[in-house]
Design a protein around this ligand. Structure first.
Ligand SMILES: Nc1ncnc2c1ncn2[C@@H]1O[C@H](COP(=O)(O)OP(=O)(O)O)[C@@H](O)[C@H]1O
Ligand SMILES: [Mg+2]
Length: 273
């Protein structure tokens, strides 16, 4: 327990970036973090420092009878990772069908992952509704909805408020109650950015969980195979730390094991050893 998912009606908004950095910050605090990538882009592994050539994964093996434990990777950030894996188009369609016909193929192993009360399962997801996200939605304790602070996003905030972007009916409405919004790539000197911030705060109240500054360090860090939170002094790094704190505050967790277990390259919020 608990299950936290980074979701969005849109792609390219920072779901993977935020999921990777928050996961690393929570692991640096001594929490047991298992990151699960549900996105066929299979990008979380790149953010978390796995070799580019390692293309095997957990989701691409669903239905084959292989245990999720066998697909686990250890990352340099002290996070266990279940990569999505790379799939040919035909296999990608088969996986969609499998998840639509038999959501238990994913729900059951995720339930096993959540059985450990100390473990935080942190999910990165593809944009919009997907059968993989639907399969785990009933177990989701917190959905962190990521949007950019632009006009397109502002028009989607009502869908975030009522949960309709996650699907239809009662389950989507229930998931909405457990969702918070984060605006990414905010620029305070741009009137549009601040107008979207105001709109989100007004419509969502306490379900507005924070803002992350647009920061060129974010793209540079990925090119360098590092996380922005490892680069001290970046504007986004501080915001990511505040976001990680806000997310922790919404979860009920036993206290973490003390830091310094040696497996993390982050010693404190955003500080490199
Ligand atoms: N706060 C930020 N400042 C600048 N660039 C960012 C920021 N957050 C994300 N990006 C960049 O935006 C792009 C999309 O981010 P990504 O995490 O892959 O989005 P998603 O997972 O939603 O598709 C990447 O190139 C990433 O480096
Ligand atoms: Mg992504």
């Amino acid at each position: 327990m608990p299950l936290v998912a980074f979701v969005s009606p849109k792609g390219g908004v920072g779901k993977t970036t935020l999921a990777a950095n928050v996961a690393a910050l929570l692991a640096a605090r001594g929490h047991d973090v298992l990151a699960l990538d549900l996105d066929p882009q299979n990008a979380l592994r790149i953010h978390l420092g796995l070799p580019v050539r390692d293309e095997e994964g957990f989701i691409t093996e669903l239905g084959s009878g292989i245990s999720w434990r066998a697909a686990l990777r250890q990352t340099p950030y002290g996070i266990s990772l279940l990569p999505h894996g790379t799939a040919e188009p035909r296999r990608a369609f088969e996986l969609i069908r499998l998840l639509m016909d038999r959501p238990e193929a994913l729900a059951e192993p995720v339930r096993e992952m959540l059985a450990d009360p100390r473990r935080i399962v942190m999910v990165d997801s593809p944009p919009g509704p997907s059968p993989a996200l639907s399969a785990i939605m009933p177990m989701m304790d917190l959905a962190v909805v990521v949007l950019l602070a632009d006009a397109g996003s502002a028009s989607l905030i009502p869908q975030i408020a009522d949960g309709s972007f996650l699907g239809r009916g009662t389950m989507a409405a229930r998931a909405a109650d457990r969702s918070v919004l984060v605006l990414n790539q905010v620029e305070l000197d741009m009137p549009l950015s601040t107008a979207v911030l105001d709109c989100a705060q007004e419509l969502l109240g306490s379900r507005f969980a924070g803002a992350i500054a647009r920061d060129p360090v974010v793209a540079e860090a990925l090119a360098d195979r590092r996380l922005p939170v490892e680069m001290a002094g970046g504007r986004a790094a501080e915001d990511l730390s505040i976001l990680a704190e806000a997310i922790l505050g919404r979860l009920s967790l036993p206290p973490p094991t003390p830091q310094g277990s040696g497996h993390s390259v982050l010693t404190d919020w955003g500080m490199r050893r």
